[in-house]
Design a protein around this ligand. Structure first.
Ligand SMILES: [Zn+2]
Length: 316
């Protein structure tokens, strides 16, 4: 009896250790990528928002400066913000003193309150702030369904320093940074952060790689391509996209710029030829070979053609 109990205790301990191990193996973590000296990307999942990934299916990043850290985008909730903070603390003990929101999608700014409580100043373009207000109800509803109780303490706190200019030069902790608006893209009003000295750009949702971009009903596709081309004119050496791995210009051109061009030129030609919506979707669904390897192609490509068609038809 005693022997059985000892074994039973041992096996329970073993099971417990296995459980801990599996949890630590499975627990979601952002991947830290050192881009240049003092500039880091935190790479999220390329799949959908889930409970396990705290809706961090996007990238954020940070810059270590003399007296603190500048964080680019704050995640989709305080729980996600905490994960971001944990990754930063593996690199530096300095506090996050500034948070820049590049966009209005949930995972760009709904972690703001977490960093504000620690004394950070929150900075965004006024066009971004306006757009955040428009989407907040839908974004909160969706987050509650996905990350459940992790959404309970979200406080939609917007920037305390709102920038009115299209192009803005900031000096934060001795570091020169630009926060610029290239034109409406995935979400209208989004901006990008440019570090001229390092030739690094944090694009927010202007750029997607590894997974296909999504044209939403509110994503003006023609304007998105123009905004993308403006960013390209910077000739950045390192691009930290909104989604996907840190890339060079060649890769983002192929997977975002060329895809937008393909949608616009394909749909424009179909409209010239008086093709119906269904015919256009079928035609372009077949000819998208170079983009088929992108994640989410099957679920997004036809929808993207459909929405591009409706937008360009309305512009005729
Ligand atoms: Zn996004």
């Amino acid at each position: 009896m005693q022997v059985t109990m000892i074994y039973s205790l041992k096996s329970r301990l073993f099971m417990f250790c296995l459980l801990l191990l599996s949890q630590s193996v499975l627990a979601f973590e952002l991947e830290t990528v050192k881009v240049t000296d003092n500039v880091y990307a935190l790479i999220g999942e390329t799949g959908p928002r889930t409970y396990d990934n705290h809706a961090l299916n996007n990238n954020v990043g940070f810059i270590v400066v003399d007296d603190g850290v500048i964080l680019i985008d704050s995640g989709a909730s305080p729980s996600g913000a905490k994960l971001i903070q944990q990754r930063i603390s593996t690199v530096t003990d300095k506090p996050v003193k500034w948070v820049i929101n590049t966009g209005s999608q949930d995972h760009r700014w709904l972690g703001n309150s977490y960093f504000k409580q620690q004394g950070a100043e929150i900075i965004a373009l006024s066009s971004t702030v306006e757009e955040q207000k428009k989407h907040i109800e839908t974004h909160l509803e969706r987050l509650k369904n996905t990350i459940r109780e992790r959404a309970n303490d979200i406080q939609p706190l917007q920037a305390t320093r709102v920038l009115e200019e299209v192009n803005n030069r900031l000096l934060l902790g001795g570091k020169n940074i630009q926060l610029n608006f290239p034109g409406d893209s995935h979400f209208p009003g989004d901006g990008y952060v440019w570090l001229a000295e390092e030739q690094v750009v944090f694009t927010g949702d202007l750029v997607y790689v590894d997974r296909i971009l999504g044209i939403q009903s509110y994503s003006p596709v023609a304007s998105w391509l123009k905004a993308f081309n403006k960013m390209v004119q910077l000739k950045p050496g390192y691009i930290i996209p909104g989604h996907g791995s840190v890339s060079d210009l060649n890769k983002v051109q192929q997977q975002t710029g060329d895809y937008l061009k393909y949608l616009i030129s394909g749909v424009s030609k179909a409209l010239e030829d008086w093709l119906e919506l269904d015919e256009t979707v079928d035609l372009l669904a077949e000819s998208a070979g170079q983009f088929k390897q992108l994640q989410n192609f099957d679920s997004w490509h036809k929808l993207n053609i459909n929405r591009t068609y409706l937008q360009l038809e309305a512009d005729l």
